[in-house]
Design a protein around this ligand. Structure first.
Ligand SMILES: [Zn+2]
Length: 179
């Protein structure tokens, strides 16, 4: 299966940008994923969201993804993303968008707050692409979780099977299933 990079019409680019803005993406994501000019994107952002984009740096560290609850959310998203990558032929950013929408549906269905923002989800895919993070199988439940690449699978137990002592077992994770 070859993945040809589609030549996007301007209308398609605007549609993509609007979808990302509605999902709460930061302006930097739009700049990176469309060919629209900064001025154009800024106007679009204000029109669609009704506010100015927040300034400041994107989160560049992998630390957040390693904390307990965020890790479970990030892993859920990555499992969906990997699945879509296998079954659907889409541009990379469209896979992120679709996977994020499915992630939101899953958390909503379970009455959970979507801890993972679309901007973080987008960063996460980049971290996995460049090998800074990976998915490792839990030695207890067999689910695949976001870890550092040097994690030894044999010794790895996920945050659902081994929640921190302060957390009620399975409670704060909201019964998220990784299968
Ligand atoms: Zn586990």
């Amino acid at each position: 299966m070859t993945r040809t990079k589609s030549i996007l019409t301007e209308a398609k680019q605007i549609e993509r940008a609007v979808t990302l803005i509605n999902l709460g993406a930061r302006l930097q994501v739009l700049e990176s994923e469309t060919d629209l000019s900064y001025e154009r994107l800024l106007r679009l952002y204000k029109e669609v969201s009704g506010k100015s984009p927040s300034k400041g740096q994107l989160p560049f560290s992998t630390d957040w993804f390693m904390t307990w609850q965020p890790n479970i959310h990030a892993s859920l998203f990555m499992n969906i993303h990997e699945y879509l990558n296998k079954v659907a032929e889409m541009d990379e950013i469209d896979t992120v968008i679709k996977a994020y929408q499915l992630y939101q549906e899953q958390t909503q269905a379970q009455g959970l707050e979507a801890l993972l923002s679309v901007t973080r989800a987008w960063r996460l895919v980049k971290f996995v692409d460049n090998g800074m993070l990976t998915l490792t199988e839990c030695n207890k439940c067999g689910g695949r979780f976001v870890t550092h690449p040097h994690e030894i699978a044999k010794h790895y137990t996920c945050g659902l099977c081994n929640p921190p002592a302060r957390a009620g077992k399975g409670k704060a994770a909201g019964g998220i299933q990784m299968h």
